[in-house]
Design a protein around this ligand. Structure first.
Ligand code: URA
Length: 183
């Protein structure tokens, strides 16, 4: 895989795991492909699978509201997921599914070269930071890896279930905005 076109083609014809059998669309990413900040979620849901774009359902709308309220500009960020195909019923992707999909995420990171990577929820934190990561324990802390500043925070869907996480996520994303402003 060399550039974006190759990456997209490879994802579209990918049959590396069972998720390929039930997907409507492969969901690769949205936003600025040269952005300084990359947000990484878990995997597409129903709306994302239908539209072929990440974070366009209820959780995505909440994420957009948060980023707008924090004065992120559209060109500041790129949004993608650990797995590019919807797990049926929105179940958590298995380790095998995530691992077979990770080369695509690594290529996205190589092409975008973000300064900051934000892990949205436990699945992203587990596969980007540490397999034993628990978001409640590590959210809001910076991890420095391979020249990237990595910030784990809650998945916006968790905020839809538990309002009390909103203030915590706000503080975490504020740290991201502050670091972005300092770049
Ligand atoms: N949840 C995710 O993790 N990713 C999406 O794209 C949508 C919902």
């Amino acid at each position: 895989m060399t550039g974006w076109e190759e990456l997209i083609k490879a994802c579209e014809k990918c049959q590396k795991c069972v998720l390929a059998k039930t997907r409507t669309n492969v969901v690769i990413g949205r936003g600025n492909i040269n952005a300084p900040v990359m947000f990484v979620g878990e995997g597409p849901g129903e709306q994302e699978d239908k539209q072929g774009l990440p974070f366009v359902g209820a959780a995505g709308k909440l994420l957009d509201l948060l980023l707008d309220a924090m004065m992120f500009k559209k060109e500041d960020y790129y949004i993608c997921n650990i797995v590019k195909c919807r797990p049926p019923g929105n179940r958590v992707p298995t380790d095998e599914e995530a691992e077979s999909c990770l080369p695509y995420l690594r290529q996205q990171v190589r092409l975008t070269r973000p300064k900051i990577i934000v892990c949205l929820g436990s699945t992203a934190a587990r596969f980007i930071i540490d397999r034993s990561a628990r978001i409640t324990n590590i959210h809001g802390q910076w991890f420095e890896r391979k020249g990237f500043s990595i910030m784990p925070t809650f998945h916006p869907a968790a905020l839809l279930r538990d309002e009390s996480k909103k203030a915590l996520m706000w503080e975490d994303v504020k740290k991201v905005k502050q670091r972005l402003n300092a770049i």
